[in-house]
Design a protein around this ligand. Structure first.
Ligand code: ATP
Ligand code: MG
Length: 273
């Protein structure tokens, strides 16, 4: 399901959700379970997961194939509903919501960043950044200005009228990141956001995440790569549908990871010279 394939919604104030929830954890999950009922069997993809993600956190979700990462991501992104348990976004229990309410939350309160960017090819950079608003029927001069500012803030001021085909992979992902911020979301949800990028561009995107997180953005990312997870403030690991560990990366270890990546990028540049 596409997060933006939602019906038109009433106009709202862009920044209300972000400002109003400063003291409430962005995400609270309690004993969250998700089972898929198939003809021959029931698959217990998540078997009771609990954790909090406070505002301003930067979390990497890891785990072996089949451990439930995508299932958890789909629940966090309001793309799917849990079988049981609670999932609070601010004060709202998402697990109890109707499909329409889920679609509303999805389009207004969650910023999605995908491995494959998911940009609209016919649209310019600025138009792509505005996409989350198209479904809400609010597109005035102020929204256009905000999209331009977001494009500039991710380093695309020279590319405002380019189309995705005319951009590099890293630039396309920066458009997607700017788009994810258009609604001032509760949190950014990144699914292998650097999975398609070379190490130089990965570093660009991770630096951008660092900056956004320093500015107060809550980031939740699924990754298979230890070096990407080492940049987060916290790493949650799943195994067999359960939380197997939840640990904090020290600031020192994060700085070491940044330095390793910078050294790596430098070594690549020198090899090219
Ligand atoms: N729609 C579905 N119907 C039935 N079973 C499913 C469905 N989606 C996932 N599963 C099962 O649930 C379990 C968890 O799957 P999930 O996709 O969440 O794993 P993952 O950690 O994302 O794995 P990967 O690293 O391979 O992407 C797996 O056993 C999977 O086969
Ligand atoms: Mg997966």
């Amino acid at each position: 399901m596409e997060p933006y394939s939602v019906k038109a919604l009433e106009p709202t104030v862009a920044s209300e959700s972000f400002a109003a929830t400063a003291s409430v954890p962005a995400v609270r999950i309690r004993n969250l379970k998700k089972s898929y009922v198939l003809k021959s069997e029931t698959v217990h993809a998540l078997r009771g997961v609990s954790f909090d993600i406070p505002e301003g956190d930067f979390v990497a979700i890891m785990g072996p194939s089949g451990s439930g990462k995508s299932t958890l991501l789909n629940l966090l992104g309001c793309l799917d509903k849990p079988t049981s348990g609670n999932f609070f976004l601010g004060d709202d229990d998402v697990a109890r919501m109707s499909d329409d309410e889920l679609a509303d939350i999805r389009s207004r309160r969650i910023g999605f960043v995908f491995q494959s960017y998911n940009l609209i090819q016919q649209y310019t950079v600025v138009e792509n950044i505005q996409v989350p608003l198209y479904y809400q029927g609010r597109l005035g001069a102020a929204e256009h200005q905000r999209a331009v500012e977001l494009a500039c803030s991710v380093g695309l001021s020279e590319r405002l009228d380019h189309r995705p085909m005319q951009l590099s992979g890293g630039q396309q992902q920066r458009v997607a990141i700017a788009r994810s911020l258009m609604n001032d979301p509760y949190f950014m949800l990144a699914d292998e956001a650097t999975g398609n990028l070379d190490s130089v561009t990965t570093e660009e995107i991770l630096s951008l995440f660092d900056r956004l997180n320093n500015e107060g953005r809550t980031i939740i990312m699924v990754t298979h790569e230890d070096e990407v997870a080492a940049r987060a403030k916290r790493v949650i690991r799943l195994a067999d549908g359960m939380l197997s560990s939840d640990r904090t990366n020290s600031e020192a270890s994060r700085e070491e990871a940044r330095q390793r990546q910078r050294d790596h990028v430098l070594a690549l540049a020198q090899r090219k010279d």
